[in-house]
Design a binder for this molecule. Structure first.
Ligand SMILES: Cc1cc2nc3c(=O)[nH]c(=O)nc-3n(C[C@H](O)[C@H](O)[C@H](O)COP(=O)(O)OP(=O)(O)OC[C@H]3O[C@@H](n4cnc5c(N)ncnc54)[C@H](O)[C@@H]3O)c2cc1C
Length: 369
């Protein structure tokens, strides 16, 4: 699989109008986007004509940058939902999230998607004795909703924590691998269209509905708009939205990566998940803030790294600039010109010496093992 894929399905635009029985303009919430892709694929396989429209590239939004935990344990949520909206609403939330996990797993199985899907427990832990009662209440309400919840004490938490709620059998996976596989299959269907770099500008309800884009229009019986930020915003929801930002680092730990995914409630939050298919690799996340209020990005990453080092024996931190990487992959940036020499590894001592002596023209040496 190539790192970045293009789906240039331009045929139906010849007369400026494409027709589709279902039309999706991206999606919402990680589990929903994944379900949407799975369902979209199934619809097209069932003979429906489906168009999926994406302003940028598949998985270029926040979905391509998450920790990719698939869990129905989200902080301490159930007791709050039950208290505020009643048990029926809390149950709906639980059932929707449980269904999403199962749906993704069955899609992985059905299409044999190689994406490191693995079941493991999820924990929300607290590090203050004052919050232990909240943990107990959460586990109790969750159990009442038939969720696989239990309380874990400090001795079983691999971090500085007082207590945790544990949900069994949650999952992690490689989200981009999953999406690209589904997108590949979807785009190869004769009646399905995946339009990247195409922006939806309007949706007119009608029979059929018309989806206007900057490249033409699509007519469809049904339209699902799921762009995270509303783009067809009749309820003026944008005014109530609060963009937030948070950060993830991949770190290699010296030993014993955690055997489950963890989330610490509080300020700052701390999120941890192992990457089972890569030796001792762990994703750590946190340092969230309102967009624009967070100060220096570098400082945020530094703080996250310090947090990771305080919890793990970190061997190294994997860092790269995704934007730069994608520019290189797409050929828009060519940093190769700064390499003055490409030499075999045996020549390392000589080349180090020449570089050290600042020999004319020896500016950047690449050693090939
Ligand atoms: C650091 C971090 C870690 C996270 N970890 C997890 C986790 O472990 N588990 C979890 O469940 N959630 C996690 N989340 C939350 C999760 O990533 C998001 O809720 C989810 O990815 C949102 O998906 P989305 O499809 O709504 O948005 P996006 O992925 O942003 O997709 C929206 C898409 O709509 C497209 N679009 C926008 N406007 C238009 C238009 N006019 N026309 C066409 N296309 C358009 C965009 O280009 C974009 O691709 C995390 C979030 C962050 C920031």
């Amino acid at each position: 699989m190539s790192a970045i894929q293009r789906y240039a399905r331009t045929e139906p635009w010849d007369d400026g109008v494409a027709t589709a029985r279902k039309s999706h303009a991206a999606t919402t919430a990680l589990t929903t986007i994944l379900q949407t892709y799975g369902r979209t694929l199934r619809l097209s396989e069932a003979g429906q004509s489906v168009a999926l429209v994406e302003r940028d590239r598949i998985a270029s939004g926040v979905t391509g940058r998450t920790t990719a935990k698939i869990t129905s344990l989200h902080g301490l949520r159930y007791d709050y939902l039950a208290d505020r909206f009643g048990l029926d609403v809390a149950r709906l939330y639980a059932e929707a999230n449980e269904a999403a996990i199962d749906d993704i797993e069955s899609t992985v199985d059905e299409y044999d998607v190689d994406c490191g899907f693995e079941r493991m427990p999820a924990y929300t832990y607290v590090d203050s004795a004052d919050e232990v009662d909240d943990v107990r209440a959460e586990a109790q309400t969750a159990s009442h909703l038939d969720l696989p919840a239990s309380v874990v004490d400090a001795s079983s938490i691999p971090f500085e924590g007082e207590s945790a709620v544990r949900f069994d059998d949650r999952a992690v996976f490689h989200l981009r691998a999953y999406l690209f596989e589904l997108a590949d299959r979807f785009a190869s269907g004769s009646e399905s269209y995946l339009f990247e770099r195409t922006t939806v500008t309007d949706v007119d309800e009608g029979t059929p509905c018309t989806v206007s884009t900057d490249r033409g229009s699509i007519q469809a019986d049904d339209v699902v708009v799921a762009t995270h930020f509303p783009v067809v915003d009749k309820g003026v929801y944008f005014a109530r939205m609060k963009p937030k930002r948070s950060y993830i680092l991949a770190v290699r730990v010296a030993k014993n990566p955690p055997d489950g995914m963890y989330y610490r409630r509080g300020d700052p939050t701390f999120s941890v998940r192992p990457v089972p298919e890569v030796d001792r690799l762990v994703l750590v996340g946190g340092q969230g803030h309102r967009t624009g209020d967070g100060g220096s990005t570098t400082e945020r990453y530094r703080r996250l790294e310090r947090q990771a080092r305080s919890e793990f024996d970190v061997e190294d931190v994997k860092r790269y600039d995704r934007q730069l990487r994608e520019m290189i992959v797409e050929g828009r940036a060519e940093p190769g010109f700064i390499v003055s020499h490409v030499e075999p590894l045996e020549k390392a001592p000589e080349m180090y010496e020449r570089f050290d002596e600042r020999e004319e023209g020896v500016t950047k040496v690449l050693l090939k093992p």
